[in-house]
Design a protein around this ligand. Structure first.
Ligand SMILES: C[S@@+](CC[C@H](N)C(=O)[O-])C[C@H]1O[C@@H](n2cnc3c(N)ncnc32)[C@H](O)[C@@H]1O
Length: 217
């Protein structure tokens, strides 16, 4: 079965049931049974994350990092490799179990948690927060509400890195994913965060593009 088509089918069923995050567990469970592949399952970290870390010569030095909607752990493992003390969370228990199984010797703490109800001690606790392709996997609502949940997790002096598909406001694109507009990117700047660098990475004639955005508190 085509993984993207299957993911879309699960998403539209869950949304029709009024449970817009319910399809992730169903997808990861089907993948764990070998029935289908997870569309975003890659052996390597997101190229925009890897490039960003190399360009800025990012070194963790034991500082704390949080990976939002970490899926099977590709970005979390990369961030741990930079020297960060990493917590990686996902709403899907099967994703977290699969990530732990895939990385048995990892220093990453993989946790089942919901971005809409994160543990209280995470508030303002992380020097680096990586949000890559999570909120874009949610329809609106609750995408705006999800965006507002991310910034408060960043520590004073910390960085939020957002990687997402992007669209111009006039371009409609049936999801998932639901590419973010500039207005939605700016909505990450809550709780004292400021948008410091916005990269809009476009290919000629493509209707959607990619955002890489750095915010600081
Ligand atoms: C498109 S996938 C991207 C996964 C990962 N960031 C990657 O790039 O491989 C979106 C992920 O966000 C997770 N997710 C969606 N809503 C969430 C929520 N409310 N809290 C935590 N994780 C969530 C999903 O389970 C899924 O693993």
């Amino acid at each position: 079965m085509d993984p993207d088509a299957y993911a879309r089918e699960l998403a539209s069923e869950a949304i029709a049931e009024g449970d817009p995050t319910g399809w992730f567990e169903r997808l990861y469970a089907a993948a764990a049974d070998g029935a289908v592949a997870v569309p975003w399952d890659r052996a390597t970290p997101h190229s925009l994350l890897a490039e960003w870390a190399a360009r800025s010569a990012v070194v963790g030095d034991g500082r704390r990092a949080l990976v939002v909607g970490a899926g099977l752990g590709r970005d979390a493992e990369f961030v741990a490799g930079l020297g960060f003390d990493v917590v990686a969370f996902d709403i899907s228990a099967t994703a977290i179990a699969s990530a732990k199984q895939r990385h048995p010797d990892s220093s990453v703490r993989y946790v089942v948690a919901d971005l809409f109800d994160p543990p209280g001690e995470w508030r303002g606790a992380f020097d680096l927060v990586v949000e890559s392709m999570t909120v874009q996997a949610l329809p609106e609502p609750p995408r705006r509400a999800a965006i507002a949940q991310v910034g408060p997790l960043v520590a004073p002096g910390g960085t939020l890195l957002v990687i997402a598909a992007g669209r111009d406001p006039q371009t409609d694109f049936g999801g998932p994913p639901w590419p973010l507009t500039r207005d939605e990117i700016d909505a990450f700047a809550v709780d004292g965060l400021t948008v410091d660098r916005v990269e809009e990475l476009r290919e000629p004639d493509a209707p959607i593009f990619r955002w890489r955005v750095e915010l600081h508190r």
